[in-house]
Design a protein around this ligand. Structure first.
Ligand code: AHR
Ligand code: AHR
Ligand code: AHR
Length: 481
């Protein structure tokens, strides 16, 4: 059985079921998600390999070969039509030109389920999905349940990496107008034990770890790579439960009455569905979503427990984030542009500015050093890489306002994430394309001989689709110095 078969048996059926990794019903054979590729802006749908099975990641890989792909729709498997698509502008605007949020890269969150490759939804700040016309979701004080499988190591303190019930207007309409899973280390409202990240419930104008709006010491900091999050709520009753999604059983972090603050009892749920954002389209958060559902009715703990066992049985595991030519940790490399007319130019720096410069064996020692980079284990994720300057030890290539800069490592989580990059086989068939770990739609790109993290066809001049594949493909050799 799949998770939604279990909820049905428990008398609290799914009214929304979202996953890019697998079918959530035993008999489900339909579309799981849609991707759009950058080369021609066409779309395709990805279905399970077999009824109830893992997504056909190979179909995505072949459709997206030698280009970029975005996840455009996450289909509802429940039959209620509650699909998730690009979130529109709300009280807050997203980064797209019409104020909409970004779509997620289709390759940011590769995993395996029982050994078969699949892709999750890697939400960077600015990314969000929504359905403001969802049907059969809980409204007012009516009971509902939800669970999601998340990456317990991908989070931040921005508002708000959520999945669940929110406002139909994309505006903050007041306390109690949301009921969603929140995951991250935002400490502006509630907190749990330690420094986070925590599972909390986003109930609007507050992230709640229990009945006390400020703190629940029984809500633990999460450290498992895969995390099962459960939020459920009904009349003056709600609960937070969680577990390592790869082993073991759910613990109850809170179960009891509604928060002791005005506006949360009774609730005023509106029934839209959000993923990766807050109710008012706050879009500063990051996280990774693999699967999740919403139910009608308050699921029993016994049903949640069966769902957790099912998730463990799916055997989520990590897989490689990189491809293409191997880059040895500790080696010195050079990266040469492959765009016609620019092939004598190498990735280099002038002070803090990272650019391309013409370098050859007869260049000065100084220039050779400026164009040589030491490969380091990724500062934020050792499955990817960081690039330390040859002539300025302790300084690394990082993106800042999407520009590549050479900055000293200040030891912060933000710096480490901005300086972590995942090489993949070059999009134009040459060398490597170097993806920002925390913004996997973005790659090292030269434009007017200055370098950025560009996205294919995005809103900035350095996102131009023209020449994108060439400008993001770098031939890698031994460093000049
Ligand atoms: O409740 C936390 C956040 O506050 C909500 O997600 C958002 O709508 C508001 O800004
Ligand atoms: O480069 C994009 C963002 O700009 C970085 O993640 C952040 O450090 C800066 O605000
Ligand atoms: O960086 C040199 C060139 O500048 C790029 O190839 C092109 O896209 C831009 O005009």
């Amino acid at each position: 059985a799949g998770p939604c078969d279990l909820y049905s048996s428990g008398g609290t059926p799914c009214i929304a079921a979202h996953s890019t990794t697998r079918a959530l019903y035993n008999a489900f054979t339909g579309a799981l998600y849609q991707v759009k590729r950058g080369s021609d802006n066409t779309t395709t749908t990805i279905a399970p390999l077999s009824a109830g099975g893992v997504a056909n990641a190979a179909a995505q890989d072949s459709f997206c070969a030698s280009t970029t792909c975005l996840i455009t729709i996450i289909y509802d498997q429940s039959g209620h039509g509650n699909h998730l698509a690009q979130a529109p502008k709300g009280a807050f605007s997203g980064p797209e030109s019409n104020g909409a949020d970004n779509l997620a890269s289709a390759i940011g969150a590769p995993v395996t389920l029982n050994g078969q490759k699949a892709y999750g939804v890697f939400v960077s700040p600015g990314t969000g999905y929504r359905n403001n016309a969802a049907k059969d979701t809980a409204k007012g004080d009516v009971a509902e349940g939800m669970y999601a499988v998340l990456d317990g190591t991908h989070y931040n303190g921005g508002c708000c990496f959520d999945y669940g019930n929110a406002e139909t207007s994309s505006l903050d309409t007041g306390n109690g107008h949301m009921e969603a899973i929140y995951f991250g280390d935002n400490s502006g409202w509630g907190t749990g034990a330690g420094s986070g990240p925590w599972l909390m419930a986003d109930l609007e104008n507050g992230l709640f770890s229990g009945s006390d709006p400020k703190n629940n010491a029984a809500d633990p900091s999460i450290s498992s790579r895969f995390f099962t999050a459960v939020v459920k709520g009904g009349p003056n009753q709600w609960a937070l439960r969680g577990a390592n999604a790869a082993s073991g059983s759910l613990s109850t972090y809170y179960s009891g009455v509604r928060p002791k603050a005005s506006g949360y009892n009774p609730m005023s749920k509106e029934g839209a569905i959000i993923l990766g954002i807050g109710g008012d389209n706050s879009n500063g958060a990051q996280g990774t979503f693999y699967e999740g559902v919403m139910t009608t009715g308050y699921p029993s703990d016994a049903t949640d427990n069966l769902v957790q066992a099912n998730v463990v049985g799916a055997r989520y595991a990590t897989t490689s984030l990189t491809s293409g030519p191997a880059l040895a940790i500790g080696s010195s490399i050079s990266l040469r542009a492959t765009t016609a007319g620019y092939t004598t130019r190498y990735l280099a720096h002038t002070g803090a500015t990272v650019n391309t410069q013409i370098v050859s064996s007869s260049s000065s020692t100084g220039l050779k050093q400026q164009a040589s980079w030491t490969v380091r284990s990724g500062l934020a994720n050792s499955a990817c890489l960081s690039f330390e300057s040859k002539d300025t030890a302790g300084s690394y290539i990082r993106h800042y306002n999407w520009e590549l800069q050479l900055n000293a490592n200040d030891g912060s989580k933000q710096f480490h994430e901005d300086a972590t990059f995942c090489p993949q086989a070059g999009l134009n068939g040459q060398g490597s394309s170097i993806r920002a770990w925390s913004f996997p739609t973005r790659f090292f790109r030269h434009y007017n001989n200055v370098t950025y993290t560009g996205s294919n066809g995005g809103v900035h001049f350095y996102d131009a689709a023209t020449s994108f594949n060439n400008d993001v493909s770098w031939a890698i050799s031994t460093g000049f110095a």
